[in-house]
Design a protein around this ligand. Structure first.
Ligand SMILES: Cc1cc2nc3c(=O)[nH]c(=O)nc-3n(C[C@H](O)[C@H](O)[C@H](O)COP(=O)(O)O)c2cc1C
Length: 188
């Protein structure tokens, strides 16, 4: 069974984007699509970036844990709320910590906003960053406008049927890349 890590990046009081992380966790578990866990940046509470993890003399245990979880995941879903047209700082702060962990890692993006545009502008620089790091960026995205009415605080969607259809298609795209990578895996 493949392993998927979902990065939920918002550390904002009253955050809304965590709802979609909870939804995808339930969906993936419920459909038995993969082993799945949420990497919650609010809980990790990383300090402001001052060096890549591999160059740090005494990295925090939380950073090592984050690195190991990304390393051991077969694929990653990044939830990306949009702040002022770009990715949120807490997310970039965590992405930049790691280097080789991202290499050839299938990564799929969920864009989120509380307005009509689903935060789709932020994804451009985010995809570019992950591409620079050597990740396999999955072209399929899940775009969530109006997050507050689309999901309740526990991640239950207001339109379950339509959301599940989109959610399953999205996760299956990530699984396709995970499987493709597995088939191409060459001996080290
Ligand atoms: C500083 C800040 C800037 C924002 N800028 C945008 C924006 O450019 N485009 C947009 O669609 N929503 C914007 N929003 C609204 C967010 O999409 C909304 O707050 C969403 O719920 C963000 O995720 P969060 O609640 O988990 O932090 C902004 C919110 C904040 C706090």
């Amino acid at each position: 069974m493949p392993k998927i890590a979902i990065i939920s990046p918002s550390v904002r009081k009253g955050r809304n984007s965590h709802r979609i992380a909870l939804y995808l966790l339930d969906l993936i578990k419920g459909m038995n699509l993969a082993e799945v866990e949420i990497l919650d940046l609010l809980q990790y509470n990383f300090p402001l970036f001052n060096e890549r993890l591999k160059y740090q003399d005494s990295p925090l245990p939380e950073m090592i844990d984050f690195s190991e979880k990304i390393k051991s995941a077969d694929g990653v879903i990044i939830i990306s709320p949009e702040y002022n047209g770009g990715p949120i700082a807490s997310l970039k702060n965590a992405v930049d910590l790691l280097t080789d962990e991202w290499r050839r890692k299938p990564v799929a993006f969920v864009t989120v906003s509380d307005g009509n545009f689903a935060g789709t502008q932020a994804i451009i620089s985010l995809q570019f960053t992950l591409w620079k790091l050597g990740a396999i960026t999955v072209p399929a995205t899940m775009r969530i406008p109006n997050i507050i009415s689309a999901f309740d605080e526990n991640g239950t969607p207001s339109d379950k049927q339509a959301t599940d259809k989109r959610g399953i298609n999205f996760v299956r795209e990530l699984l396709w890349y995970i499987e493709a990578k597995k088939r191409m895996a060459a001996p080290e």
